[in-house]
Design a protein around this ligand. Structure first.
Ligand SMILES: [Zn+2]
Length: 332
């Protein structure tokens, strides 16, 4: 059961929190030994920057600089542990790594605000190895509007520069990620993109009424255009409480809830829709984590199998659906 996980914040944790650690030996939920246990085929690593940390450092310009450092850091790690892990910029490179017994690392950017209205930066990011970009985080940026409980924000979509970004990402062969986007942005990106979209780490709003999650209508439209969504393990996006409660209470991250979100995605979006986007190392683990790290992914596999999901179907969820989007979107 090969695994492809579309989202983790392990680079951030290794660089800022887990002092003296590296990809081999750390206190994170993602490490080379854990990935080996999980039979990871590819792990997407997000270069995430939190704008508030850069208020005195030129804002998004400072974030852009930091992303270069994060890219450099991950490349250093793949060099240091080159027997075990290699960068993959295409489906073919991922296959080659697998044939050589290596895990693939795929570089991504979370927070397109770092483009600062400069379309050429997308080309630079591509050249530096970035293959997926999450258009926004939880702030309005030069591309468009984020998820929000305020209807006035949630309904707003792409800015003119954002339309340019969608077209350029399509042309470059970069995967467009609409996790964190407003509903308005979601619908406009769907309209403008010629390639399938991903929601790399988002769950179902029908089960957990959080603005970060996808409505059934969004799931159906995303699925019918070849898109996918990765189930996020963060308790607040899994929980079944009302949306106000989800904000305050640190919900536990339970296998039963993950299972329920995947079953719902299967029901509404079909076999080729659900994938995995754990968000490991990106959320505060104050509550119970029934899957504390990537080596314990089998717990979810077993729960789904018990619920009647076939092994062929599970293979699609674990890796097949992401592989298809990589084949259709990334350049050879
Ligand atoms: Zn995120």
């Amino acid at each position: 059961m090969k695994l492809i996980d579309m989202h983790c914040d392990t680079i951030l944790k290794l660089m800022d929190v887990d002092e003296g650690a590296d990809l081999m030996d750390n206190h994170c939920s993602v490490s080379i030994p854990f990935m080996k246990e999980a039979d990871t085929k590819a792990q997407f690593f997000a270069c995430f920057t939190y704008l508030k940390d850069f208020e005195d450092k030129d804002g998004y310009e400072g974030c852009y600089e930091r992303v270069q450092e994060m890219i450099h850091y991950l490349k250093g790690q793949t060099h240091k542990f080159q027997e075990q892990i290699g960068l993959a910029g295409s489906f073919e490179e991922m296959q080659k790594n697998e044939a050589e017994g290596k895990i693939s690392a795929v570089l991504t950017v979370e927070e397109g605000g770092i483009l600062c209205d400069r379309i050429g930066r997308l080309d630079t990011l591509y050249e530096n190895g970035i293959r997926l970009m999450t258009l926004m985080w939880n702030y309005e940026n030069c591309i468009g509007y984020p998820n929000s409980r305020e209807a006035a924000v949630m309904s707003r979509g792409l800015k003119p520069f954002g339309i340019e970004v969608v077209r350029r990402m399509n042309a470059l062969g970069m995967i467009i990620d609409i996790s964190h986007a407003s509903d308005g942005t979601f619908w406009e990106v769907l309209k403008y993109s010629e390639k399938p979209l991903v929601a790399s780490h988002s769950n179902c709003r029908a089960l957990c009424k959080h603005p970060r999650n996808l409505s059934d209508n969004m799931i159906r439209s995303l699925a019918s255009s070849g898109g996918i969504a990765g189930v996020n393990f963060y308790g607040a996006f899994l929980g079944t409480g009302n949306e106000k409660e989800a904000d305050i209470v640190q919900a536990d991250s339970k296998v039963d809830a993950m299972k329920a979100h995947i079953l719902h995605m299967l029901k509404v979006g079909g076999s080729e829709f659900p994938a995995i986007g754990t968000d490991f190392d990106g959320f505060d683990a104050e509550g119970i984590l029934e899957i504390p790290d990537v080596s314990k992914m089998e717990r979810l596999w077993d729960a789904l199998k018990k619920a009647g999901v076939s092994e062929d179907q599970l293979d699609l969820i674990w890796s097949g659906n992401v592989e298809r989007v990589m084949r259709e979107t990334l350049r050879h």
